[in-house]
Write a protein that binds this ligand. Sequence first.
Ligand code: NAD
Length: 363
Amino acid sequence: MIETQDPEVRTVSIFDQMTEMEHEQLAFCHDKDTGLKAIIGIHNTVLGPAMGGTRMWHYENEQEAIRDVLRLSRGMTLKNSIAGLNIGGGKAVIIGDARKLKNEALMRRFGRFVHSLGGRYWTAEDVNMTTRDMEYVRMETPYVTGLPDASGDPSPVTAYGVYVGMKATAKKAFGNDSLEGKRVLVQGVGNVGTYLVERLVDEKAKVFVSDIFEDKLKAIADKYNVTVIDPSEVYDFDCDIYAPCALGATLNDESIPKLKCSVVAGGANNQLDDEVKHGRMLIDRNILYAPDFLINSGGITNVYYEQQGNYNRDRVYAQTERIYEVCSEVLNFAEANDITSHESAMRLAVKRINDIGKVKLAY
Ligand code: NAD
């Protein structure tokens, strides 16, 4: 049993959480010498071995890390399915400040834990991870992708998928998919955010950026013609498109009533704090939401082909471009059936898992 922050519910069993979200496995990994505290979440392996990146974050408490890995690994199941990949959903979180704790020994010890799962879980980069970190993991296990001498950093492909998904959503909201002159606010200029900014600037959008680190803002403002916004101003900033590219749950009770945009389309995972309630709140505010796990699936598509051993960059970009079509289909289906866009995308993803699950049962 673990403590929760919710006063209504004093303790929540981990198994109850796994049952509610339908997880297969949670692996708690600890090493005193390196200070490693990691949790690997395997949500669903119907389509294939679980695959999803590793995130390192200074979580406030263990419950927050568990909640994150549960939500993220479930999101990977949906993402991998809707992207048409033959892999299941998994994700790992490492607890701690990456700037202080991350080093070769910690990453290699983590790699040994990944190896101990025997290929049920394959990892790659997520927040605060680099291709160098994946090289350290590779020294201890073959179950890792996103290596510099293979498919490399998945972020440019993720950003491309977000960009085409944003265009598809803009078409539905504004009547055409041109982003020229559109005011786009990118929250978080890390790996994905930076590549997205590059595409938006190329298309002559008016780009605004925000981050919690001054050095990242300075680097991007030195390179591109963008305007820096203070993090405290993000949610009531007047823009056409808000692109969350930092962490999740930024669409919540506090932020949604303030938003002044018509479209939300970004790379962050789990943008909706509560998928049902906040998806509905966005509809009520007439804001079109591009489902995160659909439009940020370019990165996993990139590492998937590396994992399959037949990586081809052109093929990855061609497949990622299909996000435009699928996103349009998802938005239209949501409108026609009066459901949220998130629900619409989820139905598509779950249908594929159910259909292929049955196919795999055939002898
Ligand atoms: P990153 O760590 O490189 O970038 C995240 C950025 O967000 C950092 O610059 C950080 O300083 C900033 N940030 C954190 N909190 C913030 C806040 N409150 N306000 C403004 N900025 C803040 O990570 P990334 O790889 O670019 O991933 C970004 C998001 O996209 C994550 O949610 C990740 O799970 C998701 N994602 C990434 C990939 C990928 O290929 N890297 C693929 C799919 C999804």
